[in-house]
Design a protein around this ligand. Sequence first.
Ligand SMILES: C[S@@+](CC[C@H](N)C(=O)[O-])C[C@H]1O[C@@H](n2cnc3c(N)ncnc32)[C@H](O)[C@@H]1O
Length: 343
Amino acid sequence: MCDSSDTIDFFEGAEKLLEIWFMGCPDDVIGDLRKIPRQKLENLLKLVHCEVISFSSNEFIDAYVLSESSMFVSQKRFILKTCGRTTPLQCIKLLLILVQHYSGFHEVEKMFYSRKNFKRPDFQHNLYKDFKQEIAFLDNCFKNGKGYCIENENDRWYLYFLHSTNISDFQSKFDGVSVEPDQTIEILMSDLDLKLMDNFKKGRFFKANEVTKHCGIDKILPFMEIDDYLFDPCGYSMNGIHENGSYMTIHVTPEPKFSYVSFETNVPHSSYKELIRRVAETFQPGKFIVTLLANKNLVTSETPKELKNLSVVGNRWRQLTMHCQSAMFEIQEYTNECSTIYL
Ligand SMILES: C[S@@+](CC[C@H](N)C(=O)[O-])C[C@H]1O[C@@H](n2cnc3c(N)ncnc32)[C@H](O)[C@@H]1O
């Protein structure tokens, strides 16, 4: 796909991100999503139109690099992040059946589905051409979910979320926020530096770990155990996992006409500005969106203020922000503090 000379040669880098937390297992059972057999997960991914290409794991988390981005399975949390023309919502019903059958959990505690606006919605399968349809689909699976859209100039970020749903009857029980700290930061970058993107095409390097080192990806969160993959003829994906159960993931679509890079981690930070600076310096985006989704136990209450004032981070950052249009959104304590309620 690296030759992007006509419209058929297009790849939608922007991912659809599905995250579901489960709970509610009997006292004599230890609930664990990793009890779902690998073959069942692979069957599930067929519904999404992607497959596993690499795997890493530790005591706390199983990390899969997929043909289209990543999947993470830990004890209570399932994350599926897929790009291209994938269809992640199509796997929800089977996922809930597998969870009920194998894991010991019987309730959905939290669920989030989000994505950026697509460059080419017309290339997506019908359900994903318009977020209203995704909302309608999710409303059919869960009760008391809500869709949101946050807009900034030409960029839009869509989010759907709910709390605490019983799997068997899809009855929702709104029970406030989780006590476990939980935060996910995503940095979604486009219009990337062309020279830098050349590193993510086979030719200059042939091994993913050479790209990881050369571009300084291993320095972004240096304690992560990295599983990286270089696509042929171009494209790069990596998952990083740490013994404390945290993860990071980066995906690169280097084609000049539709370059896109995404970064995501759930590593708690007392300040995110240094991390955002490192990511922006590594990938030199012309434009990016930062989203931080955190419950009320977020390690720092300063973060939203920090995100609004990124230009104070330092010289290099000032230089970057001059060329970047950054849109930062905060949704704290699972309240409805988004700027636009979609429906
Ligand atoms: C690495 S994947 C991940 C995309 C990701 N969501 C992102 O942030 O860009 C996409 C990149 O790999 C390339 N690629 C090559 N072979 C591919 C394959 N079999 N499936 C998906 N992408 C492939 C695409 O052209 C694109 O540049």
